[in-house]
Design a protein around this ligand. Structure first.
Ligand SMILES: Nc1nc2c(c(=O)[nH]1)N[C@@H](CN(C=O)c1ccc(C(=O)N[C@@H](CCC(=O)O)C(=O)O)cc1)CN2
Ligand code: GAR
Length: 218
């Protein structure tokens, strides 16, 4: 206990858009090695009905819903979706950097919004690193629906395996330096949802490992 007490607390902010099973893996892992000194201080979702918000509330973690449309960004910039997205991202960055406590790390855990350079520059200036969970191998199936595209590529005989990675977030989507990577071999006569289920189980482990590694715990 004395040793833990000496270690600095690591504050995590988690961005989600969906069911939050990876958020739940982080919630369950905080307080024990390798996240013995980590605490999730805030969860932000861009989807109002994201069950991950319920998971956070059940764990007494403050939550914020921040949406491009319902919060008027598109209405304020009717002629430019890029300007609307930038304004949204500027406010998202403020939500993260100007609310106390400022996090030590932002974890994108199923966060389905492409972050603009304005957001990334703001967090870099505030010295808050960002990592992301992506269900593919580095340089393979960047972007959304990576699992579905991997399953289809296997059916076409183009790949033998897919995987999961946790990577640093840069402007170029899913091209940041990998932190932890695990291959998931594809299987014959397996449905897409079977592959998805196997991948999710790897994600729930890697999101903990990758977060710990990004914090310098391992
Ligand atoms: N600048 C970056 N932003 C994000 C990264 C990144 O590496 N750099 N990682 C993604 C997460 N992600 C894949 O891991 C991802 C999420 C969403 C999309 C996408 O096409 N989003 C669409 C909206 C889709 C939807 O609402 O269903 C969009 O933003 O227009 C691509 C990749 C997080 N952001
Ligand atoms: N490009 C990122 C991406 O596609 N992420 C996907 O979103 C899911 C979120 O699940 P969750 O909300 O249950 O954690 C994850 O399973 C992951 O495959």
């Amino acid at each position: 206990m004395a040793e833990n007490a000496e270690k600095k607390e690591h504050k995590l902010m988690v961005l989600i858009s969906g069911s939050g099973t990876n958020l739940q893996a982080l919630i369950d892992a905080c307080g024990t090695a390798p996240l013995e000194n980590a605490r999730i201080t805030h969860v932000i979702s861009n989807k109002k009905n994201a069950y991950g918000l319920t998971r956070a509330q059940n764990a007494n973690i403050p939550t914020t819903y921040h949406n491009l449309v319902t919060h008027g960004y598109k209405k304020s910039h009717p002629d430019s979706i890029d300007k609307a997205r930038e304004a949204y991202d500027v406010d998202l960055a403020k939500l993260i950097t100007e609310n106390s406590p400022k996090p030590d790390l932002v974890v994108c855990a199923g966060w389905m919004h492409i972050l603009s350079p304005k957001f990334i520059d703001a967090l870099t200036a505030a010295n808050v690193p960002i990592i992301n969970l992506h269900p593919a191998l580095p340089g393979q199936f960047d972007g959304a629906n990576a699992i579905g595209r991997a399953w289809e590529a296997y059916q076409r005989g183009e790949i033998a395996a897919t995987g999961v990675m946790i990577h640093h977030v840069i402007t170029e989507v899913d091209r940041g330096e990998p932190i932890v990577v695990e291959e998931v071999p594809c299987r014959d006569c397996e449905t897409e949802s079977d592959l998805e289920e196997r991948i999710h189980k790897v994600e729930w482990r890697l999101i903990v490992q990758g977060t710990a590694k990004a914090l310098g715990n391992v």
